[in-house]
Ligand binder design. Structure first.
Ligand code: PMP
Length: 373
């Protein structure tokens, strides 16, 4: 009897083992789940074949783009809403308010529709019309507000908080889900993502790395893996340009001014959020990943693996590749495939946009056939 676990990811699968892997998937597909929220999680762990063969390591990506709302943030959206319900801040017909420009809003809008809540989203008015349209068609009320820094009271997060406070005072049935500092976000990953990765690798995992937006994924998965392995699994932060966390970890606690930006949407941070704060000492090291490396990996994953992913996913995979080189041959490194490229296609695959960002040269000539927009 084939033991389910890490070895089924081996590149030299025998035909009976690969048949077994197929049967396993079919048996997992049996049965039904309860509504949209029942379909969140239990995502596959994909062996990135070319990168694994090249490094002599197992480089595995947690396919979070397969969540029903299309990203890793479905897990956090479900948990912050469940938390509000459990604390009796939200009852049927209530309103969920959040400040978000991206995947969290989409996840919340889906979960709200499926549970019958109203969803109100504040976002900086620099965001694309496409994002606003998507949230509106998912039933959310969207407030685009001036794009000002977090320390300004008119920042979208503070506006969301005040809106929720007003509504809660009037109706007693509204909540600001506060993804950055609400640790129910991290709990989603301690209770689901971490355990799934541990089970899917049969505990044969040596390293985990991912980038942070709120920090929920990195903190939650790190906490679980460190506990299970009694500290053996190494956990690295992957940081884009413009984020302060790389130097925070390298300097063991010095917070610098944020400067510059990155093409990687949804990640990079200017402060230690509450989601990160309790676990940041567990992080072993940090990797700084340039936009040039991330964009090249977007194209490489498409060409070699058939994976159509966003830039934060590509950054994570570059980090996993570099972590594999640090840990050495024979090790298993897991990262997160956060979302698909669908929402970013008009930028990531546009010659004009790539030229404007000075990134065209970062993409090898043989992959320019994918620059179709
Ligand atoms: N990638 C993408 C595309 C995201 O939208 C986010 C969340 N903002 C992340 C990665 C990071 O996830 P987390 O908030 O758990 O740090």
């Amino acid at each position: 009897m084939f033991r389910p676990g890490f070895r089924r990811f081996a590149s030299n699968l025998t035909s009976s083992a690969s048949e077994f892997a197929y049967t396993l998937q079919v048996s997992q597909a049996q049965g039904t789940v309860n509504g949209f929220v029942g379909a969140i999680g239990r995502t596959p762990l994909i062996r990135l074949n070319k990168l694994s063969d090249e490094t002599g390591c197992e480089i595995l990506g947690k396919a979070e783009f397969m969540n029903p709302g299309g990203s890793v943030k479905d897990r956090a959206a479900l948990y912050v809403i469940k938390d509000a319900e459990e604390r009796s801040l939200l009852r049927p017909g209530g309103t969920v308010v959040e400040g978000t420009a991206g995947n969290t809003g989409i996840g919340l809008a889906h979960v709200c529709r499926s549970k019958g809540y109203q969803c109100v989203i504040y976002m900086p008015n620099t965001q694309s019309q496409g994002k606003i349209d998507l949230l509106r068609l998912l039933g959310a009320t969207v407030h685009p507000v001036p794009a000002v820094a977090f320390d300004n009271p008119e920042n979208y997060n503070h506006q969301a908080r005040r809106h929720a406070e007003r509504l809660a005072a009037e109706t007693g049935n509204a909540v600001w889900t506060n993804q950055f500092d609400n640790t129910a976000n991290r709990r989603a990953h301690i209770e689901t993502t971490g355990p799934e990765i541990w089970a899917q690798t049969n505990g044969a995992i040596d390293g985990f790395t991912c980038a942070t937006g709120t920090g929920g994924t990195l903190a939650g998965v790190t906490r679980y893996l460190k506990e299970q392995s009694e500290g053996r699994v190494k956990c690295f932060l992957a940081d884009p340009p413009g984020s302060v966390l790389y130097s925070y970890i390298k300097s063991k606690g010095a917070l610098t001014e944020r400067s510059g930006g990155s093409i990687t949407e949804g990640i990079g941070q200017g402060r230690v959020t509450d989601n990160l704060a309790q676990e940041i000492d567990l992080i072993d090291d940090a990797l700084h990943i340039s936009d040039e490396k991330s964009i090249a990996m977007v194209y490489r994953l498409l060409d070699e693996e058939g994976l159509y992913v966003g830039a934060s996913t590509a950054l994570n995979v570059v980090a996993a590749y570099e972590m594999a080189q640090v840990l050495g041959p024979g090790k298993t490194v897991v990262t997160v495939l956060c979302d698909g490229a669908y929402r970013y296609a008009e930028r990531l695959f546009s010659r004009g946009w790539l030229q404007g960002k000075g990134l065209l040269e970062a993409i090898p000539e043989r992959l320019h056939k994918y620059i179709v927009l």
